[in-house]
Design a protein around this ligand. Structure first.
Ligand SMILES: [Zn+2]
Length: 61
């Protein structure tokens, strides 16, 4: 299932200069929201995992 391929997401990428996708281990920041780097889903800043695709950020302990 592919989500987040809408115009808003394309605009978001182009504004960022479409960085090279390498090892992205943290949330993308979008205003006061967190954005999942995997599916582009937006979540509250309190989110600890993506409720859309189940992605979780890598957190070194
Ligand atoms: Zn996700």
């Amino acid at each position: 299932m592919v989500l987040g391929k809408d115009d808003m997401f394309d605009t978001f990428l182009s504004q960022r200069g479409h960085r090279t996708e390498s090892e992205r281990v943290g949330w993308e920041k979008d205003y006061n929201k967190k954005q999942c780097p995997e599916c582009g889903g937006l979540h509250d800043s309190s989110a600890t995992e993506c409720s859309v695709c189940g992605w979780t950020p890598y957190e070194p302990s």
